[in-house]
Structures are given as structure tokens and as C-alpha cells.
Design a protein around this ligand. Structure first.
Ligand code: AMP
Ligand code: MG
Length: 317
């Protein structure tokens, strides 16, 4: 790959997508919009390419990656498929649902993708740019969120550049993402029930999953469960009803602030805007961030999950 530390931001049209496909083929890194957040893409079948993801993000090697496929056919080559997986895929793919399924022993994947686990996280994303890229190449694409490990996830090309400028080859820019929060992750258990590992746009009840205890002592299976994650690098105070002078205030509904998640109190809008407000708070002169409370219902569960981790002091990488 080229030795120059320059990251190009390219409009995600046909030419940009073709160039991105070329870079991936050669083992390089491209940030790509999905409907959830921008992903940092590399070919999932190459040890060197996948190693570059971990290096660019500063991601601990025990944290496995989600592998993106065009559709259920693409997933069947990589994981043990089942009726339960098929039903979930029929209902939610392409879309913001990641399934953790037993990895096929002969799957053509870099070892580091699964961080040594016998399972694999797979998703067929709906975003037309990521779909076009997946159709342009003949390998699955590993793509964690396109940010430095532990920092706020990116929902715009500018957010990606804040974190990874000079560390990756290209960013495909298609404007802000629509869902704004990472995919829901559900693991299929041996008894064929689903367990929710990470709250997201697909709600827990959708797959009739039992709830997960996110307590600190729990074995970390999906590092989105680390107690400090999505962190803006300064203290975050939750459920604020008024703002101190040294605080950047993120409002919701009637409580407006320096940035509002949704003036109308709409939870989907709040999910889509959450990371942008956190990025603004991180970049502001104010040394602290305060956030108004957001109802814990619907996608508000996932929003509160991310806020709790953003407010938690860093304890691990
Ligand atoms: P990111 O794409 O950076 O938002 O993170 C991907 C998430 O998927 C992390 O929380 C991983 O721990 C989780 N993940 C990936 N592979 C697996 C797996 N085989 N089992 C459980 N969780 C996984
Ligand atoms: Mg991430």
C-alpha cells in the first residue's frame, strides 16, 4: 500500500465506489457509510488487511469484528445457517441486525476477524453505498466503526477524519447516516433462543431475546459492552435538567441546549443525532458535557446504553 499518510475524502458515486473496491482488493482501508455509522472496511479474507484495521483504530485484539455480506447467501458461506437465522434474515436483512452464529470451520476468513472465537458476527447492511461495494468485490468485508477505539462513533465523513485522518486510504462520503447508532447484535444460543449482546435499532422484543445483564463482572463477549466506550474525552453528566457555565449542554425535547438531540422529542431523530452532538461537545471549549434525559423506550434504550458508556470513566483500552 502507499506509504503516504494522506486520507482522501471522495464522494460516494460510481467512480468513488470503484476506486474503493480497488483499494480493498489490494488490502487497504476505506471508511464507508452504512445506515448505522461509518464503517472502517477491509477485506475479511486477508490477515494483513484485517491487521491494518486493528492498527488504525488502536483496537485491542480481543475485540472481534463484524463481517458484512450482501445477503443471506453470502452469510451461508461463513456461518452455520439455521431456520432461526433464516427467519431473522428474512425479516431484518438488509438492515441494522448483526447475528452472532457458529463460524464454519472452512470459512475463508482472517483469523483475527473473530479474535479466536468459534462464532462470527455477520450483517447484510442496507445502505446503497455499502451494498454497491459488496457487489463490486468477491470477498466479505470486515468493518468496525470508523473511529479510534473507545472514542465516539462517526456518523459523517468529517467525524471519520477527526479520528482517522492519515491512518486510512479513503473515506467514501455519502452525508450523515440515517440510524445513527450501531447495529443491534443478537447471538443465537444452543437452545435456539436469541440473546441481545448490544442494543440498537432493531428492538429486543423483535427476536424475543432475554435481556442481558451488563454488570461489570460479566464476561465480555461483545466489547460494545465495555463499561467505557463511545467516550468524548471529557466528563459527561447525564439526566441534566439545568446547565452549569462550564458545560456543553446536549438537550432533548423542551430542554434545548448547545446541541439538541431532537427539539420535537423524537427518539429516532435523537438516535441519528446522538454522536454528532457528542462530537460537537468533544470539540467545544467547554471542559464538560451535560445531557438531558432521554426516555428509555423503543430506541431510547440503545441511546441510554451509549450515553451510560460515554459517561463512564475509561478503565480499559
Ligand atoms: P464495532 O463494529 O466496532 O461497533 O464493534 C463490533 C461489535 O461486534 C463489538 O462489540 C464486538 O465485540 C461484537 N462482535 C463481533 N464478533 C463477535 C462475536 N463472534 N461474538 C460476539 N460479539 C462479537
Ligand atoms: Mg465501535
Amino acid at each position: 500500500m502507499s506509504g503516504k499518510n494522506v486520507t482522501e475524502v471522495v464522494i460516494a458515486g460510481a467512480d468513488g465506489i470503484a476506486r474503493a473496491a480497488q483499494i480493498l482488493e489490494e488490502g487497504g482501508l476505506v471508511a464507508v457509510p452504512t445506515e448505522t455509522v461509518y464503517g472502517l472496511a477491509a477485506r475479511a479474507d486477508s490477515d494483513n488487511a484485517v491487521a491494518r484495521i486493528y492498527a488504525a483504530k488502536g483496537r485491542p485484539s480481543f475485540n472481534p469484528l463484524i463481517v458484512h455480506v450482501r445477503d443471506a447467501h453470502g452469510a451461508r458461506d461463513l456461518v452455520e445457517w439455521s431456520e432461526a437465522a433464516d427467519a431473522a434474515a428474512a425479516r431484518y436483512w438488509p438492515g441494522p441486525l448483526t447475528m452472532v452464529l457458529p463460524r464454519k470451520s472452512d470459512a475463508q476468513l482472517a483469523v483475527a476477524v473473530t479474535a479466536g472465537l468459534p462464532t462470527l458476527a455477520v450483517r447484510a447492511p442496507a445502505h446503497p453505498v455499502m451494498q454497491a461495494l459488496l457487489r463490486a468485490v468477491d470477498f466479505p468485508i470486515a468493518a468496525p466503526s470508523a473511529n479510534r477505539s473507545g472514542f465516539i462513533s462517526p456518523t459523517t465523513a468529517e467525524h471519520v477524519m477527526t479520528s482517522l485522518n492519515g491512518r486510512i486510504h479513503m473515506v467514501l462520503d455519502a452525508g450523515p447516516t440515517s440510524a445513527g447508532l450501531e447495529s443491534s447484535i443478537f447471538a443465537l444460543r444452543a437452545d435456539r433462543s436469541w440473546e441481545e449482546l448490544r442494543a440498537g435499532p432493531v428492538e429486543r422484543g423483535a427476536l424475543a431475546a432475554p435481556s442481558v445483564d451488563h454488570g461489570p463482572a460479566r464476561h465480555i463477549e461483545a466489547p460494545g459492552q465495555l463499561s467505557s466506550h463511545y467516550a468524548p474525552g471529557k466528563p459527561v453528566r447525564l439526566d441534566a435538567t439545568e446547565v452549569a457555565q462550564d458545560e456543553f449542554f446536549i438537550g432533548f425535547g423542551a430542554l434545548s441546549g448547545d446541541c439538541s438531540l431532537s427539539p420535537a422529542g423524537d427518539l429516532s431523530e435523537a438516535a441519528a443525532r446522538l454522536y454528532d452532538c457528542l462530537h460537537q461537545g468533544a470539540a467545544s471549549d467547554k471542559p464538560r458535557i451535560a445531557v438531558a434525559s432521554v426516555p428509555i423506550e423503543g430506541v431510547g434504550r440503545a441511546i441510554n446504553d451509549r450515553l451510560k458508556r460515554a459517561a463512564s470513566p475509561p478503565s480499559q483500552t
